[in-house]
Design a protein around this ligand. Structure first.
Ligand code: NOJ
Length: 520
């Protein structure tokens, strides 16, 4: 326990840890099929140990048809063939634990794959599984709806759009009803109002914890409870938009049940991804206050600053806006709760290309951004490749993209004429697309950056002859060594973990200055 000026701070291992995120598909391919895999991660365990990280967050490795790269799970208790076997996964866990590194798994329970047996069975309206998903009747009282997606004269149950473009409802002819999918059509939302669904999820979480994992990163977790207008009405009332779908009325109750039933019995780390923008601090604190239900959260406020309305649009931002949104969280969770500090992940373009300069000042700005991540108050996250300053990818055609979140809306917009040509949006997609973060890890200057001996599932950045792990480790002034030093510093000095944050020069347009102070 450490006494702080802003109250009594609880020591926790996950506050003192540095988290490294592995996107397995793009990390290291051991068998030459062009797709990263679990044995490939095992080959790099010494690398992770030398970097000095404490926790690995592994993106989904469960069985999946990969409509959304593993975020569409067909079986929560088995490993995707492309990634290896359950024995491989167990060897990975042992290898990490032998090195004193913890493992957290992705928990994706807002939705499953449409190929999950629950969903397949839910198509039978008499089955107990029907109520596992959000099946609703369409609206028939809609004048002039020209919906080509369902039966004639029927409109989707409400006007929500999916985060990946198009309506959030898909019509199923066999069932004669619509199901909700906040993401891709192949990712039907689970019905958390159904206690059976909650039981299934809690049992599955317990199963993984009993296998020895150290916690979960919880995908879009504040979407589990949907507004009353959807849950209590069929068809739903059309009085909410999808931006009101977060933090629904039973959210706190569901998470508290998860805490009581599962998390409380283990010393587990629980990181909730909270989508939306500008979450009220009271809501945030309720999620992450000292007694649970979650350890910490991901918010999106800083990574939405440059987002336009569509994936091919961009907004300007300045230092003042970035500092303002992060200040709000630094002060908002100063006494209660705990921040997660990230500037990139598998959904966010490379930090040095986005917040820094990936040309002349690539090294300097990558180091500056690393300093920011490690000196704000909260648990720092390194997304694979950030430690060598990997950059965005020079995409030249829509065919080079792999991500539904890019392909679906761009293809729709090309089809309906909203955008003229791929070239007219190329510049913005090179900045915004999630695929920028998903190109393979650059291990060496060899073919395919040493990632695979086969044909990589997505392009390898041509700059790998210059930007790669081998080169970075050989240069004592590199970004890689700088990350290593920051990790060491954080281990040596409590102030970097628990120190109180105070901003100076709060409206300077070019300087963001702050202090961290331990004790009164
Ligand atoms: C957030 C994940 O990080 C993202 O990759 C995924 O597409 C959506 N949730 C849907 O699961």
């Amino acid at each position: 326990m450490t006494e702080q000026r802003d109250g009594f701070i609880r020591r926790e291992w996950w506050k003192e840890s540095v988290i490294y995120q592995i996107y397995p598909r793009s990390f290291n391919d051991s068998n030459g099929d062009g797709v990263g895999d679990i044995p490939g991660i095992i080959e790099k365990l010494d690398y992770l140990e030398e970097l000095g990280v404490d926790i690995i967050w592994l993106n989904p490795v469960y069985e999946s048809p990969n409509a959304d790269n593993g975020y569409d799970i067909a079986d929560y208790r088995s490993i995707m063939d492309e990634f290896g076997t359950m024995e491989d996964w167990e060897a990975l866990l042992d290898g990490l634990h032998d090195r004193g590194i913890k493992l957290i798994m992705d928990l994706v329970v807002n939705h499953t794959s449409d190929e999950h047996e629950w969903f397949v069975n839910s198509r039978d309206v008499d089955s107990e599984y029907h109520d596992y998903y959000v099946w609703k009747h369409g609206r028939t009282d809609v004048d002039g709806f020209t919906g080509h997606l369902g039966p004639e004269d029927e409109a989707p149950p409400n006007e929500w759009g999916s985060f990946f473009g198009g309506p959030a409802w898909a019509y199923d002819e066999e069932v004669g009803k619509w199901y909700l999918h906040m993401f891709d059509e192949k990712q039907p939302d689970l019905n958390w109002e159904n206690p059976e669904v909650r039981d299934e999820v809690f049992e599955m979480m317990e199963w993984w914890l009993n296998k020895g994992i150290d916690g979960f990163r919880m995908d879009v977790i504040n979407l589990l409870s949907k507004p009353d207008s959807v849950t209590k009405h069929d068809p739903p009332l059309n009085d909410t938009n999808m931006w009101e779908a977060f933090d629904g009325p039973r959210m706190q109750e569901f998470l508290e049940a998860m805490y009581d039933r599962v998390l409380d019995g283990h010393d587990a780390f629980a990181l909730g991804e909270m989508i939306g923008q500008g979450m009220a601090m009271d809501t945030a604190r309720d999620y992450v206050e000292a007694e649970g239900p979650l350890s910490t959260l991901f918010h999106f406020d800083h990574v939405l600053l440059d987002h336009g309305g569509e994936i091919w649009e961009r907004d300007d931002w300045g230092l003042n806006e970035l500092r303002d949104v992060l200040n709000r969280w630094q002060y908002g969770l100063a006494e209660k709760g705990w921040n997660s500090i990230y500037l990139s992940n598998h959904d966010q373009p490379r930090l040095v290309s986005r917040f820094g300069n990936d040309g002349q000042y690539r090294e300097e700005s990558a180091k500056l951004l690393a300093t920011l991540i490690f000196t704000l108050r909260g648990t720092p996250y390194i997304y694979q490749g950030a430690e060598i300053g990997m950059t965005k990818y020079p995409f030249d055609s829509l065919e080079e993209f792999r991500d539904v979140e890019t392909i679906n809306p761009v293809q729709n917009a090309l089809d309906n004429g909203t955008i003229e040509s791929f070239d007219s949006v190329k510049g913005a997609l090179r900045q915004n697309s999630r695929d920028n973060a998903r190109t393979p890890m650059q291990w060496s200057a060899d073919d395919n950056a040493g990632f695979t001996t086969g044909e990589p599932w997505i392009g390898v950045n041509p700059n790998h002859d210059e930007i790669n792990v081998e080169t970075a480790r050989a240069d004592p002034d590199s970004i890689w060594h700088y990350y290593r030093e920051l990790i060491d510093l954080r281990k040596q000095h409590d102030v970097m973990v628990y120190g109180h944050y105070d901003v100076l020069l709060n409206d300077h347009e070019e300087v963001w200055a702050y202090t961290r102070t331990l004790g009164d």
